[in-house]
Design a protein around this ligand. Structure first.
Ligand SMILES: NC(=O)c1ccc[n+]([C@@H]2O[C@H](COP(=O)([O-])OP(=O)(O)OC[C@H]3O[C@@H](n4cnc5c(N)ncnc54)[C@H](OP(=O)(O)O)[C@@H]3O)[C@@H](O)[C@H]2O)c1
Length: 331
């Protein structure tokens, strides 16, 4: 039986519980592909999984985290039609991507454009698929509309800024950190506001940004008070996508805004979706987003890179809330 190196959550706790272990290498069957992972990226879900607060979907080992990767096809199952050994691929998985090898369904992969290195490619799937599915597919964003992105300097936030621009719409954002607003402008952010406890200025500012029309689409990556404030600043028939809960999981809605403005408020998650749904978002990503990377319209947003052995430091970096974009693990 062959083995591989993998990140291993030895018990639930802080970054110190993370180890690198020699574990059984997965094998391919049917329409599966074995990928030699060259890089993976961190997500908030990995931090929660490490703390015992977010188990992976059925079929994935709790001990090995990792929800996205880029690498080379190493082996293909007998039913695989799309890939051959050596192809450069990237994608999402329910878990186990922070290892030398990962097995996945062939239709959950997209081809990495030649102009992206491994670290850049690994930083893309979770952030860009979440933002693309939320904004382009679910919110049906249209050119010239306005979008407000909460936690704009996050991985998903910077992907969203670029996808809003790619749609010829106008991105605004919030962060608790002034420098992240400034830095986000290099990715296309029009204007932003630093918010902490007090959201009063946000409604005034959004009215200024939109000449009183209100915001068409809110991409909420924070939750709690951000949602409460957002309902007040939205345009008639605005769409609000609820994607994150770092600032809280409960929302107070007021029918004056929700009904009066005929708002659509929708929650979304990627990890818990069925195989068919994940294939659908991956194929839309491959068709609509990947070519924009190949053309240089979109850019990877890397905050920092760590070697596999420094996985604990990578978790500390993401937990610091100082990151701008993605934390990448090179394998
Ligand atoms: N539903 C899904 O399928 C899905 C998929 C991917 C991600 N997500 C969620 O989307 C969000 C963004 O993900 P990401 O990986 O891009 O995040 P990230 O890069 O880790 O950035 C998150 C940012 O949120 C801000 N933040 C942290 N704690 C906060 C708090 N208590 N109150 C307000 N802001 C806080 C911090 O920026 P500042 O302090 O500078 O503002 C932090 O840098 C997360 O909530 C994540 O769980 C959901």
């Amino acid at each position: 039986m062959s083995t591989m190196k993998a990140v291993w959550i030895s018990k639930f706790g802080g970054p110190e519980v993370l180890e690198i272990r020699e574990v059984v290498k997965p094998e391919v069957a049917g329409a599966q592909v074995l990928v030699r992972v060259r890089a993976s990226a961190l997500n908030r879900a990995d931090l929660l999984q490490r703390a015992g607060k977010y188990p992976p979907p059925f079929g994935y080992r709790q001990e090995i985290p990792g929800m996205e990767f880029a690498g080379e096809v190493a082996e293909v199952g007998p039913g695989v039609q799309m890939w051959k050994p050596g192809h450069r691929v990237f994608g999402l998985t329910g878990g186990e991507a922070q290892a030398e090898y990962v097995v996945t369904h062939e239709r959950l992969l997209a081809e990495v454009p030649g102009n992206l290195d491994w670290a850049e490619a690994a930083s893309i799937p979770e952030a860009f698929i979440t933002a693309h599915d939320g904004l382009w597919t679910q919110a049906q964003l249209r050119p010239a509309e306005t979008v407000l992105i909460h936690s704009v300097g996050s991985g998903v936030g910077l992907a969203a800024v670029q996808l809003v621009r790619a749609m010829r719409a106008v991105p605004y954002g919030t962060s608790r950190t002034a420098d992240k607003i400034t830095q986000s402008k290099q990715y296309g952010l029009e204007e932003g506001l630093v918010v902490r406890e007090n959201f009063d200025d946000l409604v005034t500012e959004a009215n200024k940004w939109t000449a009183g029309k209100g915001i068409n689409v809110v991409l909420d990556l924070a939750g709690g008070p951000y949602v409460r404030a957002s309902q007040k600043l939205m345009a008639l028939k605005g769409r609000m996508l609820l994607v994150g809960t770092v600032a809280g999981g409960s929302y107070e809605l007021d029918s004056r805004f929700v009904m009066g403005k005929r708002l659509q408020i929708r929650g979304t998650v990627l990890r818990a979706r069925s195989l068919e749904e994940k294939i659908e978002v991956t194929q839309s990503f491959a068709a609509e987003v990947v070519p924009l990377f190949a053309q240089g319209v979109l850019r990877a947003t890397i905050d920092s890179k760590f070697k596999l052995a420094d996985i604990a430091k990578a978790h500390e970096r993401l937990e610091s809330n100082q990151t701008l974009g993605k934390v990448v693990i090179e394998i």
